[in-house]
Design a protein around this ligand. Sequence first.
Ligand code: GLU
Length: 471
Amino acid sequence: MAGDPQAIPRYRIAPSPTGFFHVGGARTALFNWALARREGGRFVLRIEDTDQARDRPQWTTGIIEALAWLGISSDDPTFEGPYFQSANAAAHVAAAERLFAAGHAYYCDLTPEQVQERSTSSGRPGYDGYSRERDLAPGPGRVLRFRVPDGTTIVRDRIRGDVTFEHAAIEDFVLLRGNGRPMFLLANVVDDIEMGITHVVRGEEHLPNAPKQQLMWSALGHGPPMWAHVPVLVNEQRKKLSKRRDKVALEQYRDEGFLAAAMVNYLMTLGWAPAGDTEIVPWAQIEEEFRIEDVTHSPGYFDVKKLAAFNGEYVRALPVDEFVDACRPWLPAHYDLDTFTAIAPLVQTRVVTLAEAPGLVDFLFLDEPQIDEAAWSKAMGPEWAGPLLDAAIDAYGAASWDTDTLKVELERIGAEHGQKLGKAQAPVRVAVTGRTVGPPLFESLELLGRERTLGRLRAARAKLAEPAPMP
Ligand code: GLU
């Protein structure tokens, strides 16, 4: 039970299934998960699916899959749920009736327009308590309002310390709508109480709700949960991350080939840092060290560049076979796995996300390279490019086909044309791969094989010999 010191800690997240899973929600989920796991508690997933206009079942599936991707999964005994708020509607109404019976709530028959009119003419914002002493019975169109007592509420927040709310600034808020349906705040509190939630760690946009919720916990006969309101995430302009402006969907990062471990580690460093001088640490260490009290009050900067740097580190740290496996969803069907595996170590050091991997080595899997025109003009521009290609075709026709020999030969040919190896590589690279950048050239040639390399060099030579198109 909540408030019972013997109880195991019960954390929860309570997302609404109204869209993609937001990176901020993912961070909050991870904070809850780290705490629940270390404290031997539970992590409850409750889907708050009571907004009929906006909820969609596919978003619920999306939330569950996104959590599983982060490693928060029902395979772990810490995980409990998912529970669905909509399934508990009878309990929400019953709790409202108890509050009414005990005098903590009262009915009001004013329409929203009348509430607005009274507020405008009195100059005081919100509902003015008009029906407090009118003793109305329930009836169609009548809303049930919570009777906010005089005084103050102190929300003890584990991140912000004590936050004091004057009740004078809190209107008698609605618990049941005129059609009898429960409001979000009521459902949220009743579910938390029924699910024995002891710790509420959630986004700070919910802090203004906390005093109202705490009043309800108390009116329903319970001490409040331990609160922690996690600062918002902001973008480079220090504006709150928004669906419209920023890339916030966790799913999108997953689909672009960010590694879950990198994402998890990065999200945990937004507002918190592990001990020691590196932020790149395994989950086990995070779980051991994370304290909600150490989370900063200031907004967390969701820096996509830093996330990319984390991801690059995680990608490079993978054993090659795991890297190949991780890339598989992004490999086109015509990519031969043995060839990709052979080049993989060279790809692994050069990509930030897995999705970039296939494009870097596409030339190995195409009949002809896709020539980038800008790269072509740059590499084939110098007048020595053609003769150098001729010499390379000659030499590579006879050379032993291994990385070292291919390199030594091109070094020699370059010198004969007055070029260092770096320069001499450019026409060969563009002829064979279509681009000026890519994995190391000679390893690539070795993998591509003599015949295909020579074919591409000859094709490039022929293209170069064509008369320039009329301007
Ligand atoms: N359903 C609310 C939301 O998605 C959660 C409220 C809470 O965590 O208490 O924002």
